[in-house]
Design a protein around this ligand. Structure first.
Ligand code: MN
Length: 204
């Protein structure tokens, strides 16, 4: 695995291909309070690119254009959070979203364990190390362990997607999954606007 890091934005020569795996690291779980620090991307080649955000301007035109490019699939695990954060900080309208957590919920109905670690263990037989999950992502210089942890979060999403796509097809739920993925920008906007917990579809 090669990990490349750039500051502020993606490098001009970054070639995403047809689908990228993407994740973010922030200072916490409240987008309005907790700043976006890092965006991790993999093209599915076993390597990762980390973009360490400039936390004053958040001017990242190349990253924003990639997020908004409907021709490139963005594979997230729990896209709801990342899409909200990317909208709040970069003003990006992320298009063409796939979420491995939603796909897992729609097909792995035999379990309530839908964490990335659980998925990677069951579907790929790989044990992930989640030790650096809660660390100071605001540090100006990230440790090697932090970089490795952050990169690992995007390394397996392409493979997970292909396994989950097979399961969705098997259960006849591919179209339902797509409808859920397509709703994610609205779900993220509800979170940002102040309806994080309420189910707007609920009767009471
Ligand atoms: Mn992560």
């Amino acid at each position: 695995m090669t990990i490349k890091l750039s500051r502020g934005d993606l490098p001009a020569d970054f070639a995403p291909g047809g689908a990228i795996a993407i994740d973010t690291e922030t200072l916490g779980l409240k987008p309005a309070r907790d700043k976006l620090c890092l965006v991790q991307i993999s093209t599915g080649d076993g390597n990762a690119h980390l973009v360490q955000m400039d936390r004053t301007s958040y001017q990242a035109p190349r990253l924003k254009a990639l997020l908004e490019d409907a021709g490139v699939t963005k594979i997230f695990h729990y896209a709801r959070f990342d899409v909200a954060v990317l909208k709040h900080y970069l003003g990006a309208e992320t298009r063409n979203i796939y979420c491995t957590k939603i796909a897992s919920r729609l097909v792995r109905t035999y379990t309530d364990r839908h964490g990335l670690k659980d998925l990677v263990r069951e579907l790929l037989g790989i044990e992930l190390d989640k030790q650096q999950q809660s660390s100071d992502w605001g540090a100006h210089v990230l440790t090697e362990q932090q970089k490795k942890y952050a990169a690992t979060d995007v390394l397996y999403l392409h493979e997970l997607k292909s396994r989950l796509d097979q399961m969705l097809a098997r259960e006849g739920r591919s179209a339902l999954a797509k409808a859920c993925f397509d709703f994610l920008p609205a779900r993220a906007e509800l979170d940002l606007m102040g309806w994080p917990e309420e189910d707007v579809f609920a009767h009471s």
